[in-house]
Design a protein around this ligand. Structure first.
Ligand code: CA
Length: 379
């Protein structure tokens, strides 16, 4: 099915099904209804003719595969479900605000919405990385479950409330790759002195092991790596890394992505702008975001495979696995760095404890399900 057909098919059907199928209580759990609206108040405010135009700023190059097309697809769904009355214009990084100012722009109302990754706001909100990825943390399947059925969404909303932002899950890349290097990593000592673009809490792990962690937006990675301003970089996985041409600037492509085992993206919504929407538009907006949250993961799951084949067969990229002892030491330091966030304040502690409890219980079952099955498939 072509993308336009998929978006059209998903359109009205997804919203209608969800709204009919869910009572208020269930809708709240799903993150589809954050304001306790009842069916009767929703019915009163139905106003499909109300014209609304919003701006959405992103941390990605305009229309960048996956990350950049997700907000465009979300905006298309909203437009289709409102008969063209609710229009959201999507801006690439730097078009309206720089990549790393998306959160502030939405908080201040410069744009009504943003699409980015929570871990970029770590300097301002230490617990934010739990809502993108933490090293050796949850996979896409697990973090979606925690956010939507394990209490994660309520904690996330509490975390962003002081900034006037309503967060909604906005896609997931799946397990990422560990990154691009020009020298081999054979022992933990090879990390010493290595200047790598690696965001979030993983950057702190990197520094504890003697490396230098650099924070750069995606659009600057290729030139920085090629010019030698950085020695190594992680970005996403084969689909996105091929699009940036990172294989032209580094020889070795390492796995697994210990630092981002399920990178979740976010839609940031300005709370005041959201509160002013008619009730049906609120449901349409959150339903479209939820649909795109899953759609992005589906797209990455499909495209990473073919992109990896291209990187290896057409571009002679050398794929390397990080050695076990390196992974073990990365995991040990990661556990310390992630646990340190709990000391920040009461909310950070509650987020850490909720995350860890969910991850441990999910891990116990996944030993018998996902992991056992994937191993069984290779016997
Ligand atoms: Ca990444």
């Amino acid at each position: 099915m072509k993308r336009r057909e998929f978006v059209t098919a998903l359109g009205v059907g997804a919203a209608a099904t969800t709204l009919v199928a869910c009572g208020d209580k269930e809708s709240e759990q799903l993150g589809l209804n954050s304001d306790n609206a009842t069916d009767s108040s929703a019915a009163k405010s139905v106003n499909k003719k109300q014209k609304i135009k919003w701006k959405l700023v992103t941390s990605w190059p305009k229309n960048f595969p996956g990350l950049g097309t997700a907000p465009e697809n979300m905006a298309k769904l909203v437009e289709q479900m409102t008969g063209g009355n609710f229009q959201i214009k999507v801006y690439g990084a730097g078009e309206l605000v720089p990549a790393m100012e998306v959160f502030d722009a939405v908080s201040q109302g410069t744009a009504e919405m943003g699409h980015s990754g929570a871990y970029y706001w770590k300097g301002k909100i230490p617990a934010a990385p739990f809502f993108t990825a933490v090293p050796f943390g949850m996979t896409a399947q697990e973090i979606n479950a925690w956010v939507h059925y394990g209490g994660g969404l309520d904690l996330w909303r509490e975390l962003y409330k002081p900034f006037g932002i309503l967060p909604v899950a906005g896609g997931n890349t799946g397990v990422q790759m560990a990154g691009w290097y020009n020298k081999e990593i054979n022992s933990i000592d090879d990390i010493k002195g290595l200047k790598m673009r690696i965001p979030g809490l993983a950057g702190e792990v990197w520094e504890k092991l003697g490396g230098t962690a650099v924070r750069l937006p995606g659009g600057e990675l290729f030139t920085s790596l090629q010019a030698g301003a950085i020695d190594a970089t992680e970005w996403v996985g084969p689909y996105n890394d091929l699009a940036f041409g990172l294989h032209k600037a580094a020889k070795f492509y390492y796995y697994p992505g210990w630092h981002e085992p399920g990178g979740m993206l976010e839609f940031d919504i300005n709370q005041k702008a959201y509160d002013q929407l008619p009730e049906d538009y609120k449901h349409i907006l959150t339903t479209a975001c939820r649909a795109i949250n899953q759609d992005m993961l589906d797209e990455y799951t499909a495209r990473n495979n073919t992109a990896l084949t291209d990187l290896v067969e057409k571009h002679n990229v050398q794929v390397r696995r990080l050695p076990d002892d390196v992974l073990m030491q990365l995991r040990k330091i990661s556990e310390e760095v992630v646990a340190d966030v709990a000391h920040t304040d009461d909310l950070s502690k509650r987020i850490y404890e909720s995350y860890l409890k969910f991850k441990n219980s999910s891990n116990a079952y996944h030993q018998l399900s996902e992991k056992a099955y994937l191993n069984a498939r290779d016997i």
